[in-house]
Design a binder for this molecule. Structure first.
Ligand code: ADP
Length: 476
């Protein structure tokens, strides 16, 4: 008997839970070694309520109920910084109490709760739900966002119910099934777009992804559903707004094209009146004023021409009239004209031509070249080269000057409409700031890309490559 008791006592003492026996009044009759930690080594004989009264005044009523009702009772309290769960079992006239330290378990539960709250927030914000299908037990898990996306309450769902299949639009179901078949066959992740009908009838457009995962040594399908409905709505609204803006812009360009075209006639009349007036006998002051009027009208004319060119291109009324021609003919015509202009300005104008057949629009290409050469004339010191060289299957056309050059930060801006460098004196009176915008738009229509190399103080080289259809022999 004694041996038996010693064995039980040993067993009680190796338990990590504190075990105690009290009478109906709460007086401690027996306790094991672990209980000494929660109370004190000499706690036997004292009243349990005296140790825990501060933390919980219910101790005695729990003991009394456990003994009287013969029903286990439970109580949670914190003592010595540890969270404890107390279980009360009535047996005969005494109560047996087990104190379990649940501190770590509680901390884990709290951090698990926090993690799941964060995950829920992330899912809700990104509109992405997570689901899993366990092949072996045919069980389905859905995260809360899946329920929100599908508009289904957790109450109507069951782990055995495949709500995805139920809610996918009939037309989209084959796509979904095919993707899952592919996943099972190849093992590689799959993705696609499908529409689902919510329980309240609303339609949702979703993007799904699915793959195979190993969990608890079992293969499962895991996947996500992303609700794209509001994203698509925003995109559609944006596209509509863009289309409207483009239409308005086209309308503005058409109006500008018409207005500048109409303004050309009075402009021409003005030029004629100016030359008629120049024939008259004028005083020195009148002559000086007339020269100023002539310069202003030249500027106005070039602004109108530029405006008309640009608005025609922006209104998409010019799509290019492409045909085959020898580029050397065009270059020869331009060279002759500019050599004359440059001679009067003491600029050395060199032209290097190549006989090559290209497929392009002569009028637009000429306009592009003229705008670049006009700038070279305006900004050069004393040299301009209009050059060509063969480069792989292309002809590289270059307009080089030895003028003031363009700084790296301005190279990004000069192709914008109305941009003119403030670093150049009287730059505004020399042009309209539309020349390079016309170059950019013309290049777009011709399918070429105009590039620029420039060093401030040394000069600039504007160039572009144009495909060569056929090379021709040199002409003398
Ligand atoms: P602008 O009518 O003022 O010449 P552009 O659109 O043709 O308008 O050119 C925009 C700006 O780019 C010019 O004002 C000038 O500052 C700069 N630029 C263009 N070509 C050259 C060049 N060859 N050398 C130096 N600066 C240039």
């Amino acid at each position: 008997m004694q041996k038996e008791n010693a064995r039980y006592e040993f067993l009680l003492n190796i338990s990590t839970n504190a075990l105690l026996e009290t009478d109906l009044t709460g007086r401690i009759l027996h306790m094991n070694a672990a209980a000494e930690y929660f109370l004190a080594p000499d706690a036997s004989g004292s009243n349990l309520a005296a140790w825990f009264n501060k933390q919980s005044p219910d101790i005695l009523s729990k003991i009394e109920k456990a003994i009287r009702l013969k029903l286990p009772q439970n109580l949670q309290l914190t003592t010595k910084g540890r969270s404890c769960s107390l279980y009360f079992y009535g047996h005969g006239r005494n109560c047996y109490i087990c104190i379990e330290d649940i501190t770590e378990r509680r901390q884990l539960a709290v951090s698990l709760e926090r993690t799941s709250q964060r995950l829920d927030f992330a899912e809700r914000t990104a509109h992405i739900g997570y689901w899993e299908l366990d092949f072996k037990y045919k069980k389905i898990y859905w995260s809360s966002e899946m329920f929100r996306i599908f508009g289904v309450s957790t109450a109507v769902s069951s782990p055995k119910r495949n709500l995805i299949r139920e809610r996918i639009l009939k037309e989209d179901l084959p796509v979904y099934k095919e993707k899952l078949r592919e996943l099972l066959h190849t093992g590689h992740p799959v993705e696609g777009k499908i529409r689902i009908r919510k329980l309240n009838g609303g339609l949702r457009c979703c993007y799904f992804k699915a793959g195979i995962i190993e969990d608890e040594n079992r293969r499962k399908i895991a996947g996500t559903f992303q609700d794209l409905t509001s994203l698509i709505k925003t995109q559609t609204a944006l596209e509509k707004a863009k289309e409207l803006a483009e239409n308005l812009n086209r309308g503005k360009s058409l109006f500008l094209a018409q207005a500048s075209h109409d303004l050309r006639q009075p402009m021409q009349a003005l030029t004629m009146f100016i030359s008629a007036l120049a024939e008259e006998k004028l005083t020195r002051r009148q002559k000086m004023l007339l020269d100023k009027i002539e310069a202003s009208s030249e500027n106005l004319k070039s602004l109108l021409d530029n405006l008309l060119d640009l608005s025609k291109m922006e209104a998409n009324t010019e799509n290019g009239d492409f045909q085959e021609f020898n580029i050397a003919d065009l270059l020869k015509k331009i060279c002759c004209e500019y050599q004359e202009i440059c001679r009067t300005k003491n600029i050395n104008f060199r032209c290097i031509r190549h006989n090559a057949v290209i497929f392009s629009d002569t009028v637009i290409l000429e306009r592009l070249l003229r705008n670049l050469i006009n700038n070279a004339v305006k900004y050069t010191k004393n040299k301009i080269i209009l050059g060509c060289k063969r480069y792989k299957g292309y002809l590289r056309i270059m307009i080089i000057d030895n003028g003031i050059g363009i700084s790296a930060e301005e190279q990004e801006l000069i192709f914008d409409e109305f941009y003119q460098s403030k670093k150049i004196k009287n730059n505004r009176s020399q042009g309209s700031g539309l020349g390079l915008a016309i170059v950019r738009k013309s290049a777009e229509i011709l399918g070429v890309s105009v590039k620029l190399n420039s060093t401030p103080g040394q000069g600039s080289c504007f160039w572009f490559d144009i495909p060569v259809l056929r090379s021709l022999p040199k002409t003398k």
